[in-house]
Write a protein that binds this ligand. Sequence first.
Ligand SMILES: [Zn+2]
Length: 91
Amino acid sequence: MVNQMATSQASCIECGGNGWIRVPYSQTKEEIHAMCPTCAYTGTVDPKTEEHYKNIIREKEERIEELLRDNKKLANEYNDQVERLRKAGVI
Ligand SMILES: [Zn+2]
Protein backbone atom coordinates (compact mmCIF):
# COMPACT_ATOMS: atom_id res chain seq x y z
CA MET A 1 0.00 0.00 0.00
CA VAL A 2 1.35 3.38 -0.96
CA ASN A 3 1.15 6.19 1.51
CA GLN A 4 -0.25 9.17 -0.41
CA MET A 5 -0.15 11.59 2.50
CA ALA A 6 1.93 14.65 1.84
CA THR A 7 4.73 15.26 4.26
CA SER A 8 3.72 18.04 6.55
CA GLN A 9 6.35 20.30 8.01
CA ALA A 10 6.61 21.10 11.67
CA SER A 11 8.02 24.23 13.17
CA CYS A 12 11.65 23.63 14.04
CA ILE A 13 11.98 23.03 17.77
CA GLU A 14 15.59 24.22 17.78
CA CYS A 15 14.95 27.76 16.52
CA GLY A 16 11.20 28.01 17.10
CA GLY A 17 10.62 28.49 13.36
CA ASN A 18 12.90 31.54 13.06
CA GLY A 19 15.60 29.78 11.07
CA TRP A 20 18.26 31.18 13.35
CA ILE A 21 19.33 30.59 16.90
CA ARG A 22 20.77 32.92 19.50
CA VAL A 23 24.17 31.89 20.73
CA PRO A 24 24.10 31.95 24.56
CA TYR A 25 25.46 35.23 25.86
CA SER A 26 27.51 33.36 28.47
CA GLN A 27 29.54 31.80 25.66
CA THR A 28 30.22 34.89 23.58
CA LYS A 29 29.63 37.95 25.81
CA GLU A 30 27.92 39.59 22.86
CA GLU A 31 24.66 39.26 20.95
CA ILE A 32 25.26 36.69 18.22
CA HIS A 33 22.79 34.83 16.04
CA ALA A 34 23.64 31.75 14.05
CA MET A 35 21.98 29.85 11.26
CA CYS A 36 19.92 27.02 12.74
CA PRO A 37 21.75 23.74 12.07
CA THR A 38 18.63 21.61 12.51
CA CYS A 39 16.39 23.14 9.83
CA ALA A 40 19.12 24.72 7.71
CA TYR A 41 17.60 28.21 8.03
CA THR A 42 14.14 27.14 6.83
CA GLY A 43 12.39 27.22 10.22
CA THR A 44 10.62 23.96 9.47
CA VAL A 45 11.51 20.31 9.72
CA ASP A 46 9.93 17.01 8.77
CA PRO A 47 8.19 16.02 12.02
CA LYS A 48 9.10 12.40 11.32
CA THR A 49 12.79 13.02 11.50
CA GLU A 50 14.66 11.52 14.38
CA GLU A 51 16.54 14.77 14.89
CA HIS A 52 13.27 16.62 15.48
CA TYR A 53 12.32 14.31 18.33
CA LYS A 54 15.82 14.29 19.73
CA ASN A 55 15.65 18.07 19.90
CA ILE A 56 12.28 18.00 21.66
CA ILE A 57 13.66 15.55 24.22
CA ARG A 58 16.84 17.60 24.66
CA GLU A 59 14.81 20.78 25.13
CA LYS A 60 12.69 19.11 27.81
CA GLU A 61 15.79 17.75 29.56
CA GLU A 62 17.40 21.19 29.52
CA ARG A 63 14.21 22.70 30.95
CA ILE A 64 14.15 20.10 33.73
CA GLU A 65 17.82 20.82 34.57
CA GLU A 66 17.04 24.54 34.61
CA LEU A 67 14.07 24.02 36.95
CA LEU A 68 16.15 21.80 39.23
CA ARG A 69 18.85 24.50 39.40
CA ASP A 70 16.22 27.17 40.16
CA ASN A 71 14.70 24.93 42.80
CA LYS A 72 18.08 24.36 44.45
CA LYS A 73 18.84 28.09 44.34
CA LEU A 74 15.50 28.95 45.96
CA ALA A 75 16.02 26.30 48.63
CA ASN A 76 19.46 27.76 49.41
CA GLU A 77 18.05 31.29 49.60
CA TYR A 78 15.28 30.10 51.89
CA ASN A 79 17.75 28.28 54.15
CA ASP A 80 19.96 31.39 54.28
CA GLN A 81 17.01 33.55 55.31
CA VAL A 82 15.96 31.07 58.01
CA GLU A 83 19.55 30.96 59.27
CA ARG A 84 19.72 34.78 59.43
CA LEU A 85 16.43 34.93 61.34
CA ARG A 86 17.70 32.27 63.77
CA LYS A 87 20.94 34.15 64.37
CA ALA A 88 18.95 37.35 64.91
CA GLY A 89 16.82 35.54 67.46
CA VAL A 90 13.60 36.16 65.55
CA ILE A 91 12.73 32.47 65.33
ZN1 LIG B 1 15.62 25.60 13.04
